[in-house]
Design a protein around this ligand. Structure first.
Ligand code: GLC
Length: 555
């Protein structure tokens, strides 16, 4: 096996310096016309990440394992293989090789909290209370029987996806627990055989050349050993939020488990891991962050597009992480409303917000705030959420949504990538598995690649600058008072080497640079200007929705 190089090939010495791009494989590119994206389609489109289009350092692949697809790949039947719907084992090895040839790292999504109820492990476990898999899942006897002779669940835990958390299996005469769908039984991580099997699987992917992992709902792996009922809370808009999740997530010994996982990755330098924090705040995300393990926090993703909300989220992050720990930045993913839709809808302005202008300013935020940025496919062209009729919904919990179970239909943010203005948006020659966005004919990679003003061109300029700018990759961050409530200002780098200004409103805002950050500054890159505009000092007028990165020009 070859020695891993750091994630940033451009002079960075640490994987944290790079930008990660999330691919939702079913929706990225379809090579065989069956309407579903696949691995060969991804390989065919790796030019998208060329240095003159979208220079990123790593790809995170949402799950590609065999799955009945009830949670669209997050219900895995065999964690060691590739779903034939998405390609062959050879396709996968080719994808790793092709990524590496281009200096791109490949990060797999590991769904280790649960499996599919069709996995061989679960089928064996369900069939008998004896044998090697008997204790692989969270099986429990009923707590009693009701008057009608029906078994009562072991405790009060509920499913995050709606409905009860315990499922009765008559063959075994026991319940099993599932945080998510009935078809996603929870693994019993307190069984050493489960942990050993998971680490074998992890080593298998590392042997195939994978550079790191995203850990799905990682803080849910361990449960209270006694499976005690959660305390009940007043208020809350769903059964899940009416409990304090003291016993079903976030157990004290979980940190040791992550340490054991990290030790496997650390057998070779340069590998990365990122945990998906499941229902928790920034402080908890920071607490789970360790020297070489980063964690998603949701503070920016949950902020409306105002300078005060983003400023507060940034301050919260900086305080929680402190200068020694490394945050992540994501404004979208496969579970949340796309940022172009969410941010423009959140401004609450009288006028129509300029969605693309906000998407570009958001690009400055995501690439200039301290942390490792994660871009969600389509974000680079400002893709928006798509209205999905009920009979086309592919997100199971969305079908249960109601007054006591509010749920965002995740089908809306998973629609096919828009490559061209041609048929099937260049995504497929067949019928796409999920409908295309109505704006695909005009909003697509081909159109934006030749337009200097496009969202894509803005990402390209910012990513190019970021790649060669140490202070942006790993520099310290210091927030400044811009003097205007609609403008955020911060510096990056130990010597305040870079100044970043973002105007959150669709009107001009004048900034007194002399008061904010004295000295002479040069506009480098952003939504509107480049160094040709000359140096700035004193009064600087920011254009509507402008984001700008300046370097010192003091000489
Ligand atoms: C994570 C995934 C989500 C999935 C869930 C259950 O939250 O991001 O897509 O449905 O875990 O695996």
């Amino acid at each position: 096996m070859t020695e891993q190089t750091p994630i940033s090939p451009a002079g960075g010495s640490d994987w944290r310096d790079g930008v990660v791009y999330q691919i939702y494989p079913r929706s990225f590119a379809d090579s065989n016309g069956d309407g579903v994206g696949d691995l060969a389609g991804i390989i065919d489109h790796l030019d998208h990440f060329d240095p003159d289009l979208l220079p990123i350092e790593a790809i995170w692949l949402s799950p590609i394992y065999p799955s009945p697809g009830r949670d669209l790949g997050y219900d895995v039947t065999d964690h060691t293989a590739v779903d034939p719907l998405l390609g062959s084992e050879d396709d996968f090895d080719r994808l790793v090789a092709e990524c590496h040839r281009r200096g791109i790292k490949l990060i797999m999504d590991l769904v280790m909290n649960h499996t599919s109820d069709e996995s061989a492990w679960f089928l064996a476990s369900k069939a008998s209370r004896e044998g090697p898999y008997a204790d692989f899942y969270l099986w429990r006897d009923p707590s009693g029987w009701d008057g009608g002779g029906n078994p009562l669940p072991p405790n009060n835990w509920v499913s995050f996806f709606g409905g009860p958390g315990w499922e009765w299996v008559p063959e075994r005469g026991q319940f099993y627990y599932h945080t998510f769908l009935v078809g996603q039984p929870e693994l019993n991580w307190r069984n050493p055989a489960v942990e050993a099997a998971q680490w074998d699987m992890v080593r298998g992917w590392l042997k195939r050349g994978v550079d790191g992992f995203r850990l799905d709902v990682f803080n849910a792996f361990l449960k209270d050993p006694e499976l005690r009922s959660n305390p009940v809370l007043a208020g809350g808009n769903s059964p899940w939020s009416r409990q304090e999740h003291r016993y079903d997530i976030d157990q004290d010994d979980f940190v040791d488990l992550i340490g054991r996982f990290r030790a496997i990755l650390d057998e070779k330098p340069g590998r990365m891991s990122v945990g998906e924090l499941f229902t928790g705040g920034t402080k908890r995300a920071a607490a789970y962050t360790s020297e070489r393990h980063i964690v998603f926090d949701w503070s920016l993703m949950e902020s409306p597009w105002t300078a005060s909300a983003f400023g507060a989220a940034i301050d919260l992050r900086e305080a929680a992480y402190g200068p020694g720990a490394w945050p992540t930045i994501a404004l979208s993913n496969h579970d949340r409303e796309r940022q172009a839709t969410r941010l423009s809808a959140s401004v609450g302005r009288d006028r129509d917000p300029d969605r693309d202008a906000i998407a570009k300013a958001a690009a400055v935020v995501i690439l200039a705030v301290r942390g490792t940025p994660f871009l969600y496919y389509g974000e680079e062209i400002g893709m928006v959420d798509v209205d999905i009729p009920r009979d086309e919904i592919v997100d199971p919990p969305a079908l249960l949504a109601g007054p006591d179970f509010p749920w965002y239909d995740r089908s809306r943010c998973r629609t096919p990538m828009q490559w061209t203005g041609g048929p099937g948006a260049g995504f497929t020659t067949g019928r796409p598995w999920l409908r295309l966005a109505p704006d695909a004919a005009t909003r697509n990679v081909a159109a934006q690649a030749t337009d200097r003003e496009s969202v894509l061109a803005t990402y390209l300029r910012l990513l190019t600058f970021r790649r060669t700018t140490d202070a942006l990759q790993r520099g310290a961050m210091r927030r400044l008072d811009s003097g205007d409530p609609d403008v955020l200002a911060w510096t990056r780098g130990g010597g305040d080497d870079l100044l970043i200004l973002v105007n959150f409103v669709g009107e001009e805002r004048a900034i007194d640079l002399g008061a904010v950050a004295p000295g002479r500054w040069r506009a480098q890159v952003g939504t509107h200007r480049d160094p040709a505009e000359g140096d700035a000092r004193g009064r600087l007028v920011l254009r509507p929705d402008e984001g700008l990165i300046l370097t010192r020009a003091d000489g």
